[in-house]
Design a protein around this ligand. Structure first.
Ligand code: GRF
Length: 202
């Protein structure tokens, strides 16, 4: 299955997807970055994957920038859109066009800690368990239905950095697995709010 990966930064999740691509039946047709300095672009180039940089600051509306992204997606015949550390909010028009085909990984056990700085917020809230979630993207920021989660324990010695690293290790295992479910047709978004796994609502 052809898919694009959208990034803004380091791209360690992108790397885990690249490393697992053949086993999960994914052909990454393009890596699209919102930031020309993203290290993930180098990872893509090293793997021989086409790249595109679409910097929203060069457009006078979110939708105009998203139209450029849509063009790259459609030109590369991608049918799944994988957000992996993509730090831009997508326009409603974009989401409507690809609804059910957009996956995201978020570094918290949703619905807890939507948004940014999730690791520090989990520590500040004295959580004992934290983790990552893969979900379908809908118009509600970090609010689309969760497909699967992976958790870690928060130790008394953890700080935001150590916790981020523990969670990332889990992300690198979780995301390729869920992408594989998607490429095998095991998961579907139903009515913009439920996930079906092997035909059963979860
Ligand atoms: C990850 O923590 C992911 O959950 C979040 O952004 C971070 C991206 O990290 N959406 P990387 O760029 O994949 O290393």
């Amino acid at each position: 299955m052809n898919g694009v990966v959208l990034i803004s930064g380091n791209g360690s999740n992108l790397q885990s997807i690249i490393d697992n691509a053949s086993g999960i039946d994914l052909n990454i047709s393009c890596v699209i970055s919102s930031n020309s300095d993203a290290y993930g672009l180098k990872r893509a180039e090293k793997a021989g994957i086409a790249t595109a940089v679409i910097d929203h600051q060069l457009f006078d509306s979110r939708f105009k920038a998203d139209k450029e992204i849509m063009k790259v997606i459609d030109d590369s015949r991608a049918v799944v859109i994988i957000l992996a550390g993509y730090l831009r909010i997508l326009s409603p028009e974009f989401i409507e066009k690809y609804i059910g085909k957009i996956l995201n990984i978020h570094p918290s056990l949703l619905p807890k800690f939507k948004g940014l700085n999730t690791h520090q917020r989990a520590i500040d809230a004295a959580e004992k368990i934290h983790g990552a979630s893969v979900h379908f993207v809908t118009e509600e920021l970090d609010g689309g239905p969760v497909i699967a989660q992976s958790s870690v324990e928060i130790d008394s010695t953890d700080n935001a950095k150590s916790l981020a690293s523990k969670v990332l290790n889990k992300e690198h295992i979780l995301y390729p697995k869920i992408i594989h479910w998607y490429t095998q047709g095991k998961i579907k978004l139903i009515d913009n709010q439920n996930v079906q796994l092997d035909g059963q609502i979860i």
